[in-house]
Ligand binder design. Structure first.
Ligand code: FAD
Length: 318
């Protein structure tokens, strides 16, 4: 069976969920061979093997932490040269997309970004993408070279599928460009204790209807009752009520959770662009004619200041 390279996103050896989702998709098209780089890379092996990696190629060097993405591209290319895979899958983070694009250029392949599904096809893997503010889905395949495909978080279920997961050291020779851009400092964002917006299974968002930064507390309380991330519309962000890092939409982040709850958000096309692929959509809006109700699975016509606290109370009581 053909091997499929999976680029591993991990923090000090703890594998992030989008990588485990990639392993589910990789198994549809071949045997996953994982590539884990940087500090703690070897510690990823157990989790990767549990989810179907037949082999885990690891490399650690100061270059991965001290410079931007090029050393990682060098390593992924070394893995590509060693394995000659049928496809290369990379999580669709900002860094993942840069690594994938640089690799595709180097190996002369076509690239598909932000896939939301992947299946085997007669002429190679077929990726599903969501286009035009999620009004359409398209299916495409790479027609030149080895497909390089980035996949959005929450595109597949994480499935246990125990495999060998044999760890092998990857030998990497860094290119002249590898040390071109040095990282001078890193400032970790203050943790809210909530899941990362783009990876969360549930997102609770607030819009202009929340009517002030001080009222976002009720959105956060509902999010915390559900173990959810907090999102915001651009109107709420532009008003300074919530950070831009939480904005959902065309000029914010794209999310695809199991459940998206929009509170006081009208459903403008630019907001929909970032959340329309959510599996179940719920909206609370006092205007029964609000466009958001055209795309919801469940809608509550009502004042969010009454509905949201009741919902939080109900969830907390269970
Ligand atoms: P509004 O459209 O003002 O809607 C507020 C809603 O709250 C209304 O439907 C109202 O009925 C309801 N409401 C009010 N009070 C209550 C209450 N007490 N209880 C219940 N409901 C209540 N927008 C984004 O969100 N993300 C983007 O990334 C984005 N990118 C953009 C990019 C471009 C180039 C442009 C031009 C626009 C972009 N926008 C984006 C802006 C977008 O067009 C809308 O202006 C924005 O989404 C509106 O935000 P909103 O729904 O919170 O506000």
């Amino acid at each position: 069976m053909a091997e499929v390279l999976v680029y591993v996103d991990h923090v000090d050896g703890a594998v992030r969920k989008p990588t485990l989702e990639l392993l589910t998709l990789a198994r549809r098209i071949g045997e996953p061979v994982a590539v884990a780089l940087g500090a703690g890379a070897e510690n990823t092996a157990a989790a990767l093997a549990e989810h179907g990696a037949v082999k885990v190629l690891t490399a650690d060097a100061p270059e991965f932490a001290e410079y931007l993405v090029v050393p990682k591209v060098d390593a992924l290319q070394a893995a590509y040269d060693a394995v000659s895979p049928a496809a290369v899958l990379v999580p669709s983070s900002a860094e993942g997309k840069e690594i994938a694009a640089r690799l595709a250029v180097r190996i002369g392949s076509g690239i598909i970004t932000d896939a939301v599904d992947l299946e085997a096809g007669d002429e190679g893997p077929v990726a599903t993408q969501s286009a035009f503010a999620a009004s359409f889905t398209t299916k495409s395949r790479v027609s030149k070279g080895t497909p390089v495909i980035t996949v959005k978080p929450n595109s597949a279920a994480v499935e246990a599928a125990p495999a060998a997961g044999a760890v092998e050291a990857l030998s990497v020779t860094f290119s002249a460009l590898a040390t071109g851009t040095k990282v001078t400092s890193r400032t970790p964002r203050e943790s809210t204790g909530r899941p990362e917006l783009t990876e969360a299974a549930i997102v609770v968002s607030g819009g202009r209807g929340v009517n002030g930064a001080e009222n976002f507390g009720i959105i956060e309380a509902l999010a915390d009752s559900l173990g959810a991330a907090v999102g915001a519309s651009r109107a709420a962000v532009d008003a300074g009520w919530y950070p831009h890092s939480n904005q959902v939409g065309q000029t914010g982040k794209s999310v695809s959770p199991q459940l998206y709850i929009a509170n006081g958000i009208s459903g403008a096309i630019q907001h929909r662009a970032g959340m329309q692929t959510s599996k179940t959509i719920v909206a609370v809006n006092k205007d029964a004619e609000a466009p958001i109700f055209d795309l919801v699975d469940y809608g509550v016509v009502g004042d969010l200041f009454q509905v949201v606290p009741q919902l939080t109370e109900e969830v907390n009581a269970r």
